[in-house]
Ligand binder design. Structure first.
Ligand code: DGL
Length: 265
């Protein structure tokens, strides 16, 4: 039996998912959160679908040890490649990052849509397929933007290098799209530079939308917590500069970090 005081479980391939946790904390400040970041095996975005599915199953199995009331796949790569496997295997509701993106796109009422993400996300065409179901006359332009990940981790989100990379990836989308889906955990950190280059475009951040969807869902199920919130962050490795990078992604001090290695095979 799920209880309102049970934590929300959130997982990602690494620390990028903290941008999603940040939105959940903002929207649901009384909820407890258990985060798992598979920092030993990141990135997922360049791996095969089979490997992404295998890792995603292990990530969920880890979170289930904590009696979580719901799970969020903050990783867009998992969300676009492994949800059928996860939903087929586990009974617990698992929120992904595709549906919130599609919902936000639909609300804009626009039809020229750009999507950027990791190679695995873009090649899966998960966003494309779902957007076409909701906006049948959509014109969709996609582009993998892998270098945004190290730029965000290095804190190089403003200035010359970021501007060059943004231009390189987005020059073909500029002027063509009215909406751009930031389809990766790391991309919200680059949104100012992206906005400056793309000018009029509406940026969609699925992390913001998923926080609202969680609130709706928990309210409907009578599972909203009245606090106090507790936060734990589990990682499969402690990467270099983790604290500094993590705090930038989360937007606040990162406490309660633990390393788990035993379940990695
Ligand atoms: N978290 C991944 C995503 O949102 C980006 C990093 C990776 O490739 O694992 O797609």
């Amino acid at each position: 039996m799920r209880k309102s005081t049970d934590p929300i479980g959130v997982f990602d391939s690494g620390i990028g998912g903290l941008t999603v946790v940040r939105e959940i904390m903002r929207e649901l400040p009384d909820e407890s959160i258990i985060y798992f970041g598979d920092t030993a095996r990141v990135p997922y975005g360049t791996k095969s679908k089979e490997t992404i599915e295998k890792f995603a199953v292990e990530d969920v199995e880890f979170l289930l040890k904590f009696n979580v009331k719901i799970i969020v796949s903050a990783c867009f790569t998992v969300s676009s490649n492994a949800m059928d496997v996860l939903r087929g295997k586990f009974n617990i509701p698992i929120f992904d990052m595709i549906e919130p993106g599609v919902r936000a796109v639909k609300r804009t009422g626009k039809r020229r849509i750009g999507i950027i993400g990791t190679y695995a996300t873009i090649e899966s065409r998960a966003y494309e397929k779902r957007i076409r179901e909701e906006v049948p006359d959509a014109e969709i332009f996609t582009r993998p933007a892998p270098l945004f990940v190290p730029l965000a981790e290095e804190g190089k989100t403003r200035g010359k290098i970021a501007e060059l990379v943004v231009e390189e990836y987005l020059k073909e989308l500029k002027g063509r799209v009215e909406v751009l889906v930031l389809g990766c955990t790391h991309y919200p950190l680059l949104k100012e530079t992206i906005k400056d280059f793309m000018e009029e475009v509406i940026l969609v951040e699925p992390g913001k939308e998923v926080a609202g969807m969680l609130k709706e869902y928990l309210g409907k199920e009578g599972l909203l917590s009245s606090g106090p919130p507790r936060y734990s962050f589990y990682l499969s490795d402690i990467p270099r500069k983790f604290g500094e990078i993590g705090e930038r992604f989360l937007g606040r001090k990162l406490e309660g970090i633990r390393v788990v290695r035993e379940w990695i095979t």
